[in-house]
Write a protein that binds this ligand. Structure first.
Ligand code: ZN
Ligand code: ZN
Length: 66
């Protein structure tokens, strides 16, 4: 059986591999976050995507803060 690596991507913040098969947090850049790194990010209250602390001004990401 071939190894199925299609459902893994690198965490945006570290070198951990993140399974995209199950639900995992995504950043506003469309990258995935592992469980260790998600606590270093804030979540947008509108779209539910994650962004780094200080990356935006308020509770919303740049996409939603219009
Ligand atoms: Zn990570
Ligand atoms: Zn947003």
């Amino acid at each position: 059986m071939a190894q199925n690596t299609d459902h893994f991507e690198k965490c945006e913040n570290c070198t951990n591999r993140v399974s995209t098969y199950n639900y995992n947090p995504q950043t506003i850049r469309g990258n995935y976050l592992c469980k260790s790194c998600v606590s270093s990010y804030e979540v947008c209250a509108r779209c539910g995507l994650h962004y780094k602390f200080g990356e935006t001004n308020g509770a919303y990401c740049q996409e939603c803060d219009d």
